[in-house]
Design a protein around this ligand. Sequence first.
Ligand code: PXG
Length: 290
Amino acid sequence: MIIYIDGKYYPEEEAKISVFDHGLLYGDGVFEGIRAYEGRVFKLEEHLRRLEDSAKAILLKIPLDRDEMRAAVLETCKRNKMKSGYLRLVVTRGKGYLGLSPDRCKKPTVIIIASDLELYPEKYYREGLRVVTVPTWRNSPAALDPSIKSLNYLNNILAKIEGQQAGAQEVILLNPQGLVAECSGDNIFFIRDQVLVTPKLSSGALNGITRNTVLEIAREAGWKTREDDVRRYDLFTAEEMFLTGTGAEVIPVVEVDGRVIGTGKPGKHTTDLIRRYHKLVTTTGTKIPA
Ligand code: PXG
């Protein structure tokens, strides 16, 4: 595995950063998770833009512009002979000192990893996930805006652990108002009365690239879509439900907090959306140079 760090390419064993990097010391940085399918990077521009937005929001200046970052990503794919896989872009505040003030971090650290990722075993795509709501709330936008894809994932990780302790595969996080925000690493959708609904971004969800893709696909397929306030009750009484994320793609949910969703099997519209999503990811995207 060949890893990009600050303009150079290293074998995995030599790919190292300082213990004084504020990404490690304070979670001070931003990241993106991107997928490649059959020689193309899916939604690369959207991911690069979100990375820029996250960096802007934390006053971090990425030392590469869009063209340079795109070129570095594609070159990393090329050097790894990547066809299908997972890309992790990380930009940290950089090497500094003990003390959280970022002003002594002279240069942000940029890392690009090309690897693979399996978030859920295959059987859950066929049978659907069981999810639970956890006590940990999604971060309040007044504390750390969930739209920022920062290296601070403790909120999500604690929620994930609570879900694992309850034997669930994914978890629902509520916002401080008690409305459904999102999962630990996925956005939430449900279908009721011919309308596809997902929580509004202002409820505390990441502006998911897969979320936007699925909204687009659904509209093209003639679906009515709505971004709304969503309560747990809306999920319990949904006809179908699924989650979206770069890693998970589109994955059905068949149980929420002990309530069976629909028939208890992945719904037919969900299955149709999964099919359409797969078609899109394998036929579009930025070509990896040979
Ligand atoms: N919410 C959160 C909190 C996320 O981290 C999503 C929603 C879905 O967004 P996208 O843009 O991917 O549709 C994410 C993304 C991992 C992993 O390592 C997590 C994500 C993506 C890829 C890998 O667990 N989360």
